[in-house]
Design a protein around this ligand. Structure first.
Ligand code: G3P
Ligand code: CA
Ligand code: CA
Ligand code: CA
Length: 289
């Protein structure tokens, strides 16, 4: 049909799916090749349909072993064990380390150079059941939502910059005074009620669905990186928010991990503070636009 696709290299490589859409009019979801400002090449998945498209998948947060407390695979918190001597853990939220593969985004953590290279305004989040193949991500997602507030522009245009302003580090602040930025979200699939259902009954009093929030602290001054789908008002955010630093004092190391203390009252039990099996076994895919 004359439209360029990934087998047609008669176009200059771009830095994001948004640029690919705007300059070359790509309209289908799929994996494409990108180039950073420094010339590094990488592939990323583009969502070219949600709210006009132009969304680049730059990261996924996946919990490979909820009973492994800051062990191998807990890249968005710490792989060094819960320990006050590594208060910022692996520092993945604020460094240039990259890991994982696009097609593996629901089977392991992903962080590509777009995380720090793309200048974006908004984010989109998909909660996709673990091990879902790429072609089914959109249909299999239990929740999909995005911001449309341009909030990222105020924090340097991406999460790498935002987390430099709001370090994900134990004992750098306290709950709730020092909690970080948030944005309202618009649902593409799901609802406030669906978010309520995914987390434990005791968590419900502590958050308000319909937002995404960054860098919150809990009662013990542990830092959590992202509350996807909620604004956290209370101080037991470790059962809902994901990623974080390298030290979670309460019952240490029981709350240390990529999905922190989702399993506080049993894995996937949905009792007391425990999250549902559904959300505990779903990767969180993060897109920029
Ligand atoms: O985050 C929950 C914790 O602070 C209290 O839990 O089990 O002692 O009631 P628990
Ligand atoms: Ca873990
Ligand atoms: Ca992980
Ligand atoms: Ca607590």
């Amino acid at each position: 049909n004359g439209c360029p696709d990934k087998h047609d290299h008669h176009y200059n490589l771009t830095r994001s799916c948004l640029e690919l859409k705007e300059k070359y009019h790509f309209t289908k979801d799929g994996v494409h090749l990108f180039i950073t400002s420094n010339g590094e090449l990488y592939q990323a998945f583009c969502d070219m349909t949600t709210d006009g498209g132009g969304w680049t998948l730059i990261a996924s947060v996946h919990e490979n072993n909820i009973l492994g407390k800051c062990t191998t695979g807990d890249r968005w918190s710490s792989q060094q064990g819960g320990n006050a001597s590594s208060p910022a853990g692996d520092r993945s939220w604020s460094n240039f380390a990259t890991f994982g593969c696009t097609e593996g985004a629901t089977s392991d953590d992903l962080k590509n150079p777009g995380y720090y290279d793309i200048k974006a305004s908004d984010i989109s989040i998909w909660h996709v059941p673990n091990d879902t193949p790429l072609s089914s991500w959109k249909d299999a997602a239990i929740l999909r939502y995005h911001t449309k507030t341009n909030f990222l522009q105020q924090y340097g245009g991406n999460l790498y910059q935002l987390f430099h302003q709001y370090p994900v580090e134990y004992n750098k602040g306290k709950c709730p005074d020092d909690n970080g930025p948030l944005s309202h979200i618009t649902y593409d699939f799901g609802s406030d009620e669906k978010i309520q259902q995914l987390y434990g009954p005791l968590s419900h009093n502590e958050f308000e669905p319909g937002y995404v929030q960054f860098r919150v602290f809990n009662n013990e001054k542990a830092a959590l990186a992202m509350c996807s789908g909620v604004k956290y008002n209370g101080c037991n955010s470790e059962h809902v928010c994901i990623g974080g630093g390298g030290y979670f004092p309460e019952a240490s190391p029981r709350q240390c991990g990529d999905f922190t203390a989702f399993d506080w009252n049993g894995v996937g039990t949905h009792q007391s503070w425990s999250a549902s099996k559904e959300v505990t076994e779903a990767a969180v895919l993060i897109f920029y636009r």
